[in-house]
Design a protein around this ligand. Structure first.
Ligand code: SF4
Length: 530
């Protein structure tokens, strides 16, 4: 789909002080790289123009992983070239342009002053902050603004609002089933789900013991444009976390489609069974690693679902795997997107467990003797990636049970993962991981001791700590923090039916041991700088 006619990055339409006639100026953000967006279809190529901006502010408002910066900039440059080849007039502001003021607000104002459009158009962005920025900038230069719905998502914001109406507790499973029915995905003619079961989770929790052969995800080699961006990022952001040596992410739609094909052919069949497993030096296992392409909109959600369901129909992948993948795309992803916009900009301030601890330094360096954290953070530093269980049950679980502030850990996820955009990171972290939204996204806190990690990985077999011990030098910090977390939150959680068993187990521990756990948890918090 990407035209290869020219690989030259388009420049700004007008140098400062000159005037080029532009009727409407359409802003395209770095996570809006789909050329079937209705906004683009509305443009008159001879009269209107497209504005794309690379600004330093977007890489520094939370310290961004170097690979995340490269991914966004390189994908934007490839997309701008593609649009220029299709005849769009591009006004592209590069990071290194000497007149670049490095913030969206001032760059939008500067572009409007230069090009004097009579209207600014944009597609609903992926972050409240960015929406506010565009609206305020346009208001400052007194240009009317037209906002277009983002048709990349399968459920519009108003449809999600309708679904939420009257629900005290939105349950993802209910939302997911409604989408399966509405879209006719994995449904039988009698209205029942394929295989007469909606959810194959019980089959999808196998530990990765047998080590079947895994084919690594397709990883395109950086082309000249990406290499330029890698040089630029190394030069301008030398102290940002992460390494660029292993950059392997698709930056064009053609590459993203190849990554989808590669996943369906080589890993989908085993994805279901091992989707919760973790294994030393296996960062991807059978996961799709398609979230960067989806979140930049190089891929559409439905085309991923269609390819996966075809693999089931052709006998290439079992139902438990395909259903698990479909659930992630049309269930969880759409649900999280809806929650982000439904709950409004103050959602990010919620802190219902009243946690205020600092984020330990090892989240930025991976230097810790806890093997699970070193592995999970180490692969984030190497690839900007971790799969959902590493995010939820290792790095996230630790922050939850140790008492880290939900805002600090949310910002860490936003900066460190290549697929991070605020709409996806915030409800997943603040809601699902940190239970800071009072159970809106997850009906219970996903708190677990080291024994969970021992069951789902091989990390503990090469760790100085013992996941079975709650106190003492060898006690696993996860296990100590887990019981301390239950003690501290007992009152808040006592009416939650899903926590009943955990609290009953807490009641079996003697007072003497409880106070030793509490003292050890305090000591560990001090040691880790929490
Ligand atoms: Fe992690 Fe504890 Fe297992 Fe070590 S023993 S790998 S710290 S869960």
């Amino acid at each position: 789909m990407l035209s290869q006619t020219s690989k030259r990055l388009p420049q700004t339409l007008a140098k400062s002080g000159t005037h080029v006639a532009v009727e409407r100026l359409a802003i395209i953000m770095g996570d809006q790289l789909n050329d079937d967006a209705p906004l683009l279809g509305k443009l008159d190529k001879s009269r209107d123009a497209v504005l794309m901006m690379e600004v330093e502010e977007e890489s520094t408002h939370v310290p961004s992983h170097k690979q995340r910066i490269v991914l966004f900039l390189s994908a934007m440059r490839h997309f701008a070239t593609h649009l220029a080849n299709k005849g769009y007039r591009m006004h592209y502001v590069q990071l290194e342009d000497s007149s670049n003021t490095q913030s969206f607000t001032s760059e939008i104002e500067r572009a409007v002053k230069q090009l004097r459009p009579n209207r600014v158009l944009y597609t609903h962005p992926g972050e409240w902050r960015v929406k506010k920025t565009i609206d305020e900038a346009a208001q400052a230069v007194r240009v009317p603004v037209e906002v277009h719905a983002d048709h990349h998502f399968l459920v519009s914001l108003s449809e999600f609002g309708d679904w939420m109406t009257g629900r005290k507790q939105p349950v993802m499973e209910h939302f997911y089933r409604a989408q399966r029915r509405r879209l006719g995905v994995l449904m039988q003619n009698n209205g029942q789900p394929e295989g007469d079961t909606w959810n194959f989770d019980p089959m999808n929790r196998q530990a990765f013991k047998d080590q079947p052969h895994i084919k690594k995800p397709y990883s395109p080699k950086p082309d000249a444009m990406t290499k330029d961006v890698i040089r630029l990022v190394n030069e301008r952001f030398p102290h940002h976390p992460g390494s660029l040596e292993t950059f392997c992410w698709p930056v064009t739609r053609t590459q993203a489609l190849r990554a989808l094909k590669d996943f369906v052919a080589n890993r989908l069949a085993n994805f279901g069974a091992y989707q919760d497993a973790m294994w030393t030096n296996e960062p991807f296992l059978y996961h799709s690693a398609l979230s960067t392409s989806l979140n930049l909109k190089l891929l559409a959600p439905l085309e991923c679902v269609v390819q996966a369901t075809k693999a089931y129909q052709n006998g290439q992948a079992p139902l438990n795997s395909v259903e698990g993948f479909v659930r992630q795309i049309i269930g969880w992803r759409e649900f999280i997107h809806g929650i982000y916009w439904h709950e409004g900009p103050t959602y990010r301030d919620r802190n219902s467990l009243n946690q205020h601890g600092m984020l330990p330094d090892f989240y930025w360096t991976g230097q810790t003797d806890m093997t699970c954290m070193r592995q999970a953070i180490g692969q984030v530093l190497s690839y900007g990636y971790g799969h959902h269980i590493q995010r939820l049950m290792v790095t996230g679980n630790f922050a939850l049970i140790a008492g880290v502030s939900p805002q600090l850990i949310s910002d860490w996820y936003l900066g460190m993962y290549v697929d991070a955009v605020d709409w996806v990171t915030l409800p997943n972290t603040l809601g699902m991981v940190m239970h800071a939204d009072n159970g809106l996204v997850g009906s219970k806190p996903y708190a677990a001791s080291g024994k969970y990690i021992q069951r789902m990985s091989n990390y503990c077999s090469n760790c100085p700590y013992d996941p079975g011990l709650r106190t003492g030098q060898q006690a696993c910090p996860f296990t100590t923090f887990y019981w301390d977390f239950l003690m501290q939150n007992r009152k808040r959680l006592q009416h939650n039916l899903r926590m009943r068993m955990a609290l009953r187990n807490l009641d079996r521990i003697s007072k003497k041991e409880l106070s030793a756990i509490s003292a050890q948890a305090d000591h560990r918090r001090q040691e880790f700088g929490i």
